[in-house]
Design a protein around this ligand. Structure first.
Ligand SMILES: Cc1ncc(COP(=O)(O)O)c(C=O)c1O
Length: 422
């Protein structure tokens, strides 16, 4: 069993010196309040080219803040891509809005104007455009679509921190955008999320709402900091090979589940039962964020280079569809490959036996999930990618290019294709 040269499904990305920052802020009593919060708001907005950035404890909390700050009326419709992270439409539903689901392109996994437009009705007040897996959607066209109809355009940039369209950062094309700094994203800040907007009214209302947000305990934030750092450590490929990987191999040998997170209906039930409330982002998270900003462009470039290796070597593999790369602006927060749904687990197990851990996706065809089924029952002609066909491969720059070639070789051998040169 290979213990050296293994690849984790996610490699937590923390900037150098994070443990020192976590301990230092705790000792200085600056975990919750401190000067970094304002500085990060300024720097984050400036990095993107937007006027305002406001933060919350997660991407979903930021989305709740966004919907409240938009001043919509409950009962109004918000259109979401059917293929997305299902907690987002659930936030809207819990706030009393009606989520409506449009088709998504099975090759890019994104929804563009041709998908959103047919579902716009007199009740539509907003749409959420999502740049899934880090591939920008057709955001300029969506802006044109919504501009003259009095519909709010929002962007979900949880996967797309640093991605651009014609050189302009995603998150700046809409009325407001949300970002996620969760542990599995490209710029984790011990969790966290942001709203970005250039609209003074939205920023003012969001600031007011944040004044009454729940504030976490310093001790709890510190604990999250330390546990995130431990996750960083065990997802360094070398450490991973000697810690989590043997457990995964054992589970595989015993036919047990491979440590996957709750998805679909189970995830939604958990979320709805958690009494979601807007919670504040704190100073320690901002301090980590400021460091992350210095490295994010180089990090995304490295992920792109690694993704290119897979795209190059997987294009001719029958039955395997690599992520569509339409330009150099994709940042590949995850690299999805699609196979026949009934072969997905076989490929996953084959890769794991060769030292490569992969992730099943947390994205889902939301339209068929229990809380939303009623809303979409009427449509029989829907097109949406199926999550059961997808595997996400980590292409973060902590993984060397020769390892990416190995991943391609293992996938090719699984498909019965000839070897490529190491
Ligand atoms: C597309 C998408 N949007 C939003 C979110 C929510 O982010 P968070 O987990 O920080 O709440 C996620 C989380 O995985 C996501 O994948």
């Amino acid at each position: 069993m290979a213990l050296i040269g293994t690849v984790p499904r996610r490699a937590v990305n923390l900037p150098p010196g994070s443990l020192g920052t976590i301990i230092g802020k705790r000792l200085a009593g600056k975990v919750i309040h401190g000067p970094e919060l304002e500085e990060y708001a300024r720097e984050f907005a400036a990095y993107l080219g937007a006027k305002h950035a406001l933060f919350a404890a997660s991407g979903r909390s930021a989305f709740q803040l966004a919907l409240e700050a938009l001043d919509l009326t409950p009962g109004q419709e918000i259109i979401f891509p059917a293929f997305t992270f299902p907690v987002m439409p659930m936030v809207a539903k819990l706030l009393g809005f009606e989520p409506v689901f449009c088709d998504a392109d099975p090759e890019t996994y994104n929804s563009g104007p041709e998908h959103f437009e047919p579902l716009i009705t007199g009740k539509t007040r907003a749409i959420l455009a999502t740049h899934l897996f880090g591939l920008p959607t057709e955001i300029e066209e969506l802006r044109k679509l919504t501009r003259d109809r009095g519909i709010h355009l929002m962007e979900d940039c949880a996967h797309a921190m640093g991605a651009t369209v014609d050189g302009r950062k995603v998150g700046t094309f809409s009325d407001l955008a949300i970002f996620s700094f969760a542990v599995g994203k490209n710029m984790p800040c011990l969790g966290g999320g942001a709203i970005v907007t250039s609209d003074d009214g939205i920023a003012r209302r969001a600031t007011k709402i944040l004044e009454t947000a729940r504030v976490p305990e310093a001790g709890a934030v510190f604990k999250t900091g330390v546990s995130t750092w431990v996750k960083w450590l065990v997802t360094r490929p070398l450490v991973f090979g000697w810690s989590v990987f043997p457990m995964l191999r054992l589970k595989l040998a015993m036919g047990k589940p491979l440590m996957d997170s709750a998805v679909g209906n189970e995830l939604l039930a958990k979320f709805a039962g958690s009494d979601p409330k807007i919670t504040a982002f704190v100073n320690l998270q901002a301090a980590i964020g400021l460091e992350q900003l210095k490295h994010i462009d180089a990090f995304n470039d490295g992920a792109r280079r690694n993704a290119r290796v897979l795209t190059e070597h997987l294009g001719d593999v029958p039955g395997v569809r690599p992520a569509r790369s339409i330009n150099e602006e994709h940042i590949y927060v995850y690299y999805p490959i699609a196979v026949d749904a009934d072969k997905r687990d076989d490929l996953r197990h084959h890769l794991l036996r060769h030292g490569i851990d992969t992730k099943t996706t947390d994205m889902a065809d939301c339209a068929v999930l229990d809380p939303f089924r009623e809303a979409t029952e009427k449509r029989t002609d829907r097109v949406s990618p199926t999550e059961a066909a997808l595997l996400e491969i980590c292409v973060y720059p902590v993984i060397p290019q020769r390892k990416m070639r190995k991943i391609a070789r293992v996938i090719r051998s699984w498909a019965g294709l000839p070897e490529i040169k190491p």
